[in-house]
Design a protein around this ligand. Structure first.
Ligand SMILES: Cc1cc2nc3c(=O)[nH]c(=O)nc-3n(C[C@H](O)[C@H](O)[C@H](O)COP(=O)(O)OP(=O)(O)OC[C@H]3O[C@@H](n4cnc5c(N)ncnc54)[C@H](O)[C@@H]3O)c2cc1C
Length: 787
């Protein structure tokens, strides 16, 4: 079964989430490295056409559980929520009543760009309140807090769905006759809930200002846990380096600068103006600047993007609201706070980034564009600075050492050189699962008509009443051919990712020999194409099947696929493409491929030979299943582009979940997507913001409890804990493997009573882990190794 969420409020831009996405699978398929579809390769050519096959025994199951299918823990949680909602109404005549799921049919609604209270919406409100005359309800007492468009086929008719707040106090002042109706109101979970008082979250700038005015500033004298040789306070302020100006780095810089730290923001790429020219040169003249491109430069990877601001870490949480309100503070339109699926588009992101830059400079942040961090300077287990070079200086002769008290590392998932550098410092980097696949592109009109049927002509290239249609599809496949295999290892999650309605396919390579892509769009989403990644989760088993082991195995796996795509495309950034129907049939028809939005050229290729067999099969299965849900999805007009590899970080850099500091090196704060703690613009910004507060706290610039300000990091905390647990296990595995490999070398250090470097590293990590059962087990293993 497929989950189809056309334009409902539930679509997500996010990383393959370990708490929601089934663990990836592997079917044994190839002994070592992939045999690409080169002329002599018979590996895949012998495979039968899919259309002539009886469906292979894949079980496709639903990833979302509702009703009876809910897990007992989910049912319990829901029951608790019911109880909480029903018992917390202390005074019905005070506070806020929140009315959910107020549906207004399309023909009665002014359209997607209207966020006020239309007559039709007032009618709906009156109906819910059982108030007889809608026109008597004073509009001033109501405010729209969310609007989304729902065109699911299961509905009688497509409609706009609203969430509205009713301020009871104001309502009763303006219309005292409403009192009787209010007294009859009973809360219903998810339909009508009561809140004692309106929860108002703020933007980051005002949050910090409020905190500063409420607390007596301790300043840098009472440093919290930061004493020692590595202190380099300038004018009494801690000197902090933030590496990377993506959402994570920008929000970390913002928080720290607002708290008064002496911040230097180091970015290997160029400011948006120059970056725009570099991207222009790439698209027009095929010149790839290694440090200024679709991944590197001001604003990070999300600048030339669709600017989707949807996230799985709790849309209404204080932290997400703080990020969204900060974006509005810097010039984003207010409707991003109300839209069910907010997005900005590249044209709006660029001026917004300029405003953030100006604000940071006004706060005294020293922004160094075109400056690449090549190494960390380490002293007695502390990072005390960084080595940088001019990123346009190919000779790398412009090396410079900069001293800092702390370094926030927010380098994104494409900084492969940084991962390598961290390894040389023995910083625990562990492989993490991510997803790979292809980007599928359809004519936008086809997606509009699949999703909206008769309403499709209301789209009007983004200027119409209803939003440009999108989709999000997911399925979970289990390989029943191989029942003896470990069920987790034989299952895959396949899903669409980063769907860009009215967008275009763009080149996100950071190296000319490697080809990878993503999607972007402008705010109107008016192009004639709709693209989305179709990806399959992969993990260490997949990497080792191709002969890649160790912490950077995922990076090698990505690189391998990117190089193969480069070879298939024939060079010059030409993309290998195949129609979806040919991909299903494992063949390449001689007819020309349909047009593509990709500007650097496409070449018809055997994309079914690009991946290991089980990934291709999983993709084929998912396309078949998606076509059942979205009839027409599988067609010869649908063009698959290779290759989508950088869906999220292939590694995680371990850190303490409370302090955000590296588990191994003091003064180093790995954050954002590259460190494995985020998977989109909003989640990266939230992570950077929390890290900013954590660093500020460690220097006593702030000494409160962040959760009282931003609320609990509910889902993301859970996510962090799960990742932490997984990551710890992997670190131990890596460390033990390392120790085993070095068994023949001495485990003791040069001086009496000291240990060798690998053993020290292992013990160091062990000491930082608070999970006793793991520690105990690994100490036992250590005893065995040491003998
Ligand atoms: C084309 C495209 C479209 C996308 N669309 C969306 C979308 O619509 N919605 C969404 O939520 N997400 C989208 N994403 C993903 C999103 O951009 C990332 O999840 C997000 O930007 C991660 O933020 P970050 O700050 O962790 O890292 P990044 O944004 O990757 O920023 C890292 C920064 O660090 C810099 N850097 C790296 N190494 C060094 C070094 N050694 N020295 C100095 N600087 C360094 C880089 O130049 C870069 O600017 C898209 C990504 C791409 C590539």
């Amino acid at each position: 079964m497929v989950i189809r969420i056309p334009n409902s409020a539930a679509a997500l831009y996010c990383f393959p989430s370990p708490w929601a996405t089934p663990t990836p699978s592997v079917m044994a398929f190839l002994p070592s490295k992939l045999a690409l579809g080169y002329p002599n390769s018979t590996l895949f050519s012998a495979a039968p056409k899919l259309s002539s096959l009886r469906l292979p025994p894949f079980r496709v199951s639903c990833a979302k559980r509702t009703g009876k299918k809910r897990y007992p823990s989910e049912k319990k949680k829901l029951k608790l929520k019911h109880k909480e909602v029903l018992t917390t109404v202390e005074n019905k005549f005070e506070g806020i009543w929140r009315l959910f799921k107020l549906g207004v049919p399309v023909e009665k609604d002014p359209g997607k760009d209207f966020h006020g209270l239309s007559d039709a919406l007032m009618q709906e409100i009156a109906k819910v309140l059982e108030f007889p005359v809608a026109s008597l309800l004073p509009r001033e007492a109501f405010s729209v807090i969310r609007k989304s468009f729902d065109a699911r086929k299961m509905l009688k008719e497509p409609k706009f769905v609203y969430t509205v707040d009713m301020d009871v106090h104001r309502l009763l002042i303006l219309e005292p006759r409403a009192r009787d109706f209010i007294s009859d109101l009973e809360p219903k979970v998810g339909l009508m809930e009561h809140f004692a008082k309106e929860k108002v979250s703020n933007d980051v700038i005002n949050i910090v200002h409020d905190l500063k005015s409420n607390q007596e500033m301790v300043g840098a004298n009472g440093l919290n846990g930061h004493s020692g040789p590595y202190l380099r306070l300038s004018n009494g302020k801690p000197k902090i380096a933030v590496v990377g100006s993506g959402p994570a780095g920008l929000f970390a810089s913002l928080v720290l600068a607002e708290f008064g730290a002496d911040v230097t923001l180091i970015e290997r790429g160029q400011p948006v103006e120059q970056r725009g020219r570099d991207i222009g040169a790439l698209v027009a003249r095929r010149i790839l600047e290694l440090d200024s491109n679709f991944c590197f430069g001001e604003g990070g990877a999300g600048t030339w993007s669709d600017g989707k601001l949807v996230t799985r870490i709790g849309r209404n949480s204080g932290s997400v609201q703080a990020v969204m309100k900060s974006l509005v503070y810097f010039g984003a339109p207010k409707n991003i706070l109300l839209n069910g699926k907010p997005h900005l588009g590249t044209d709006r992101l660029i001026p917004l980034l300029r405003n953030i830059r100006q604000h940071l400079e006004m706060l005294g942040v020293n922004i160094k564009f075109g400056t690449r961090v090549d190494d960390l300077i380490e002293e007695s287990g502390h990072v005390v600075g960084v080595k940088v070079s001019d990123s346009r200086d190919k000779s790398k002769l412009s090396n410079q050492k900069l001293e800092f008290d702390a370094t926030v590392l927010a380098v994104g998932h494409s900084a492969r050189d940084v991962y390598q550098m961290l390894m040389s410092h023995n910083i625990p980097v562990v492989p993490k699962e991510f997803a790979v696949g292809l980007r599928i592109e359809h004519p936008q009109e086809l997606i509009n008509s699949i999703q909206y049927s008769g309403l499709a002509n209301e789209v009007e290239k983004g200027r119409g009443k209803v939003p440009v249609a999108d989709y999000k599809v997911a399925k979970y496949v289990n390989d029943m051919k191989n029942p003896s295999s470990n069920s987790l290892a034989a299952s895959h999650s396949c899903y669409s990712f980063c769907m860009c309605p009215g967008g275009q396919v763009v080149l996100t390579s950071t190296n000319p020999g490697e080809l990878c892509i993503n999607g972007m769009s402008f705010s109107r989403r008016s192009s004639k194409w709709a693209n989305a990644a179709l990806v399959v989760t992969v993990s260490t088993k997949d990497f080792s099947d191709l002969g890649f082991h160790g912490p950077l195995a995922g990076v090698e796996f990505q690189r391998e696929l990117e190089q193969r795509a480069g070879v298939m495309g024939g060079g010059n950034f030409v993309l290998p493409v195949q129609t979806a129907t040919d991909f299903m049939d494992r063949r390449l028809r001689a007819t020309p491929v349909p047009p593509s939005s990709y500007r650097l050229g496409v070449k018809a290729s055997n994309l079914h030979e690009l991946f290991p067999g089980h990934i291709t099969e999983a993709l084929q299965q998912s396309i078949l299943a998606f076509d059942k849900e979205l009839p027409g999805f599988l067609s010869s007009d649908a063009l698959l582009h290779g290759v989508e590899t950088r869906t999220s970080s292939p590694v995680q850099i371990l850190r303490n979940p409370e302090t955000y500091e590296s588990t191994c090196l003091r003064g180093l704060y790995p954050v954002g997507e590259g460190a494995g703690y985020a998977g989109g613009i909003v989640s990266a910004a939230v992570d950077g913001m929390y890290a900013g507060f954590a660093v500020a706290k460690s220097f006593n610039l702030y000494h409160g409890d962040l959760e009282t300000v931003l609320g609990h990091l509910t889902k993301s905390t859970r996510f962090h804990l799960q990742l932490k647990y997984k990551a710890i296990l992997l670190t131990f595995k890596t460390s033990i493997e390392f120790l085993c490999r070095n068994q023949n070398k001495t485990l003791l250090g040069p001086a009496e009573g000291t240990f060798s470097a690998p053993l020290q590293y292992f013990l160091h990590t062990l000491n930082r882990v608070a999970l006793d059962p793991i520690r105990h087990r690994h100490l036992q293993i250590l005893h065995i190794i040491i003998g």
